[in-house]
Design a protein around this ligand. Structure first.
Ligand SMILES: *Cc1c(COP(=O)(O)O)cnc(C)c1O
Length: 369
């Protein structure tokens, strides 16, 4: 094998337990996008075994995959656009979100055809200005939801990772008002949910009946600047990314490396060729990152290619072709983290883990160093 993402499911379970405790309410484990790159089914099972009440995904296909794997827990899919196969969602008992009158009328029609009411969470826009009812909200009346089962109402924070921002207070107020409107139609037993990971950790007033935790369940901080690092939050990063050194070679000072010869060695040194590239999710833009080998960091030198990149192991490195390096891990040994790679690529840890490509096998075990 040339590369692998080692997923520690015990870290996921630890994080789920910690988030449940922090929220003091039910937890929806967000497993969209192949569980943020960690593997949909194993993560879903681990989260449920650690006490998650619901699973949440973006797409109906993702929810169907969970059902086909035999998972019977409640599942919510929240990006199910008009024209989708709502009858499949009804058949498989998948909760779906609705954010427009058009979606509601299609879901109602599918429910009448199936002779079974779809389970629907109404998504409302409280200030994020992305998903959710906004201008159409005033038109909703009990008639629009007569043929469906309204299970919940939810919204999403735009700035939960900046806990002191006034927008959080405004969104919370707006959410409460919109939920009250819905309750005035006679739906008294609906699940209200608003919090993402950052709000679960920092905004306890927003916990309501359920929180939706994604990134923190994977052990990563929603924002290390404003909320602190994984370790300061007591979260355990679940993914370690490793790759083999395809080749090790000794070169003199002044040797140009890679496409465009953008960098030259500054000393006589030993280089390692790492068998992952941008096709596997290693960001081509990342410069100030690298790998960890035998107790030391080895920085990237030259451009990242499609399937490989080169690191400067240093003149005294004991590395040989075939040795393994850690691209990122939980940082406890000194290795780079997904946060470091995010910073090096001017992006966020979310993007680093979700873009690890399908060529990289996910292995479920404790981390290897
Ligand atoms: C992705 C997503 C979440 C999870 O956000 P995190 O910041 O990863 O916790 C929660 N709710 C919705 C609607 C989402 O799309």
């Amino acid at each position: 094998m040339r590369a692998e993402a080692i997923i520690d499911l015990s870290a996921i379970k630890h994080n789920v337990a910690l988030l449940k405790k922090s929220a003091d309410t039910n937890l929806l484990a967000v497993v969209k996008a192949d569980a943020y790159g960690h593997g949909l089914i194993p993560v879903a099972q681990a989260a449920l075994s650690a006490g998650a009440h619901y699973l949440g995904v973006a797409l109906l296909e993702e929810a169907v995959a969970l059902r086909e794997a035999g998972i019977s827990a409640p599942i919510l899919a929240w990006l199910v656009q008009p024209g989708s196969d709502f009858s499949r969602a009804i058949e498989l008992n998948i909760d779906i979100a609705a954010a427009s009158l058009k979606a509601l009328s299609e879901i109602s029609a599918a429910s009448r055809a199936a002779g079974k009411k779809a389970r629907v969470h109404l998504e409302v826009d409280t200030g994020m200005t992305r998903g959710g009812f906004l201008s159409e909200w005033n038109q909703i009346d009990a008639e629009h939801v007569r043929d469906i089962e309204v299970v919940g109402i939810f919204s999403h924070f735009a700035r939960a990772d900046e806990p002191d921002e006034a927008q959080n207070v405004m969104q919370l107020q707006r959410f409460t008002e919109m939920a009250t409107t819905l309750e005035s139609f006679g739906f008294t037993n609906i699940i209200k949910h608003l919090s993402n990971s950052a709000a679960t950790l920092r905004n306890h007033a927003a916990a309501f009946d359920m929180v939706r935790a994604g990134i923190a369940m994977y052990g990563l901080s929603p924002d290390i600047q404003t909320l602190g690092s994984s370790s300061s939050l007591n979260l355990r990063p679940a993914m370690q990314l490793r790759a083999a050194l395809y080749l090790v070679k000794d070169v003199p000072a002044g040797t140009p490396v890679g496409y465009g010869a953008t960098e030259k060695t500054t000393r006589d040194t030993r280089l390692g060729v790492v068998t992952m590239g941008y096709a596997d999710g290693i960001p081509r833009i990342a410069r100030a990152a690298g790998v960890w080998f035998n107790g030391a960091r080895a920085p990237i030198i030259g451009r990242v290619s499609m399937d490989q990149f080169v690191v400067d192991l240093g003149p005294d490195a004991k590395a040989q072709s075939g040795d393994w390096v850690t691209i990122f891990g939980n940082g406890s040994h000194g290795e780079y983290t997904a946060d470091d790679w995010g910073a090096a690529a001017s992006t966020i840890n979310y993007e680093i883990v979700t873009r690890i490509g399908p060529r990289v096998p996910r292995i479920y075990s404790a981390h290897v160093y």
